[in-house]
Design a protein around this ligand. Structure first.
Ligand code: SD4
Length: 331
């Protein structure tokens, strides 16, 4: 099985080759001096995703177009095992995708439990733009996608299928119960992306295949507005990665944006949201959660539970992969 470690090792090679070794920063304020635009996204796969977003931002395009184009990169990449095509299936062998998108006007669209479609983020955008609703799920979301010209595709790759069969055999042999604490960073890594364009418009997108080998029907935080993603055009945006159940129970991304609204910097707001989880949720130590956030001043920041979460940042001056500061390291 491709583990997150081997996936990162591969990505790190590419990044090191490009002279972009990860940096670790303390949780100070990263101010962009209004030198917009800016795009920030979760994990190593955020680096190529940011480049796609940048093509739009650099031409003065809208942040909404940028975040959609950005996250479509890992959605289409079969080597990214946690997003779109090539995603790890659920316990029954089905790849089911969750995604949402939000813009500076507070418009939002979302799809959950979507099968057979490589780009759930684009379906989420259409839900936002073409329907009176925010969220479509399962069969209805698929029908809506097909009615709007999306093609049905096979998402489960040969490799993922073989790994799943092996998992299933072990799972049945030892009659293991699905326990979300068994779901480690080896089998989940969502992409969340936030961008602010040169006109100061903030948008965000979040897309995932969710936890690997999740219970059939399970939906995580990533398509839930306020949990996996939230944008307030007057304040900024936040997005989450990690064990979605913890993010949902604390309405994490909304909390980060609300804390920024009350005056906190993006990094401090992410830290407070992680501390809220640490305070409220037993066994939080067995999980990873990473938040990233930016505000309308072009400041950005991040915080996570465990060391190991990183994010990709791109501005006119910076193209970097940064290791986020972690709560368990601070204790
Ligand atoms: C979920 N939050 O479905 C997603 C998974 C994830 O990094 O973010 N993995 O719970």
């Amino acid at each position: 099985m491709i583990t997150r470690r081997s996936f990162i090792a591969k990505s790190s090679l590419a990044i090191a080759g490009a002279g972009l070794a990860p940096k670790v920063f303390s949780n100070s304020v990263f101010q962009n001096n209004n030198n917009l635009p800016l795009v920030i996204s979760t994990w190593n796969h955020g680096m190529p995703a940011n480049e796609a977003a940048w093509e739009i931002l650099a031409k003065g395009g809208h942040s909404l177009d940028a975040v959609e184009a950005g996250v479509r990169v890992p959605e289409a990449d079969e080597n990214v095992i946690t997003v779109g095509k090539g995603g790890i299936p659920d316990a029954s062998g089905k790849v089911t995708l969750d995604a949402c998108i939000m813009d500076e006007k507070g418009r939002a669209g979302s799809v959950t439990y979507l099968q057979h479609i490589v780009h759930p983020i684009s379906v989420a955008r259409l839900v936002m733009e073409k329907t009176p609703h925010v969220m479509l799920s399962g069969k209805g979301a698929l029908e809506f996608a097909l009615d709007n010209g999306f093609k049905k595709e096979k998402l489960l790759t040969k490799k993922r299928k073989e790994e799943w069969k092996k998992w299933k055999k072990e799972y049945e042999e030892f009659s293991v119960k699905i326990n979300i604490e068994n779901v480690t960073e080896d089998n989940h890594d969502t992409i969340g992306m936030l961008a602010i364009d040169k006109d100061g418009r903030v948008s965000g997108a979040c897309t995932t295949s969710g936890m690997g080998y999740k219970m059939p029907g399970r939906v995580g935080d990533s398509p839930i507005i306020g949990a996996g993603l939230f944008v307030d055009g007057e304040v900024g945006g936040a997005t989450a990665t990690g064990s979605g159940e913890l993010v949902m129970k604390t309405v994490g991304s909304f909390l980060v944006v609300e804390l920024m609204c009350q005056g906190m910097t993006p990094g401090k707001a992410c830290e407070e949201a992680v501390k809220r989880i640490a305070k409220k949720i037993p066994n939080y130590q067995n999980h990873q959660i990473g938040y990233i956030a930016l505000n309308t001043k072009g400041e950005y920041g991040s915080f996570c539970i465990q060391p190991g979460f990183n994010y990709a940042i791109k501005t006119p001056e910076i193209t970097e992969l940064v290791d986020a500061e972690a709560w368990l390291k601070k204790l």
